[in-house]
Design a binder for this molecule. Structure first.
Ligand SMILES: NC(=O)c1ccc[n+]([C@@H]2O[C@H](COP(=O)([O-])OP(=O)(O)OC[C@H]3O[C@@H](n4cnc5c(N)ncnc54)[C@H](OP(=O)(O)O)[C@@H]3O)[C@@H](O)[C@H]2O)c1
Length: 239
């Protein structure tokens, strides 16, 4: 896909890799609708990226709000070409300490939110004569289970299943679906997690956005449906 003059939706655009995807897309000529709850951060990003970035204050767990927004934003003459389902949250605790609220929040944001938005965007993409692309950001935690992140694992394993079914379902409609499995990235995701400190050996947000740019720019009939990426040496160099 040539990214120039395309239309993209990026969830979780207010920080981390979502903000980096938005920057990469705008720099390549794409108009970006960036969704997140933090309006101030989205507006700050718009000041940096300019008018091609549209800040959209949205909680992706609110399906009715998403429906209203999609209906008023898109039409036959203004259809999304790219959807990056990126918003996510992580809580870490032994299963007997993980609260029901933490469990439900991870399932709601990391899984249900992807379904709520994707089901609204797919019909618009099916009508689009150009090849479209849905990219779902899972995690290495969608491939490997580990102690203290059972809820996060459950939500991200589900993203993998959803993505695989979707790629097989939508390929003949000219819609690519890719599931991305990153290892640790230097973002705010771990702010609430005891025992995980950010460090310089985590991947940079640009490492992930460079890969997503490559995925989007593949030839029309070339689909990379899954991709895994990690720091070569994941250990904290200061410890
Ligand atoms: N960092 C890593 O090591 C790593 C590794 C593998 C995968 N990932 C995945 O990468 C994705 C992005 O995470 P990140 O590392 O960039 O962390 P981040 O900086 O914490 O970004 C998370 C984003 O999700 C948004 N978000 C959370 N709840 C939301 C909701 N209910 N509605 C709309 N947006 C919501 C946040 O915005 P608001 O708070 O403003 O709503 C924020 O923009 C996540 O899916 C994460 O699981 C991260």
């Amino acid at each position: 896909m040539n990214l120039d003059s395309k239309i993209a939706i990026v969830t979780g655009a207010s920080s981390g890799i979502g903000a980096e995807f938005s920057k990469m897309l705008v720099e390549n000529g794409t108009e970006v609708y960036g969704l997140a709850r933090s309006e101030g951060k989205l507006q700050g990003l718009q000041q940096k990226l300019g008018d091609k970035f549209h800040p959209v204050k949205m909680d992706i767990t609110k399906s009715e709000d998403l429906e209203k927004w999609v209906q008023k934003t898109f039409s036959r003459n203004h259809r999304p070409d790219i959807l990056i389902n990126n918003a996510g949250v992580m809580y870490s605790a032994n299963v007997d300490d993980l609260t029901k609220d933490e469990w439900h929040t991870m399932i709601d944001v990391n899984l249900n939110g992807i379904f709520y938005l994707t089901r609204l965007i797919v019909p618009l993409m099916k009508e689009n004569e150009q090849v479209c692309h849905i990219i779902n950001i899972a995690s290495i935690a969608g491939l490997l289970g580990n102690p203290t992140i059972s809820g996060y694992n459950a939500s991200k394993f589900a993203v993998r299943g959803f993505s695989e079914a979707l790629f097989k379902e939508l390929r003949y409609d000219g819609i690519k679906v890719t599931c991305v499995f990153p290892g640790s990235i230097n973002t705010d995701l771990f702010d609430k997690i005891d025992g995980i400190e950010n460090h310089p050996n985590m991947m940079k947000t640009t490492d992930v956005s460079d890969t997503v740019k490559f995925l989007l720019q593949t030839d029309e009939n070339h689909l990379i449906n899954e991709i895994t990426m990690r720091p070569l040496n994941p250990k904290d160099p200061t410890s």
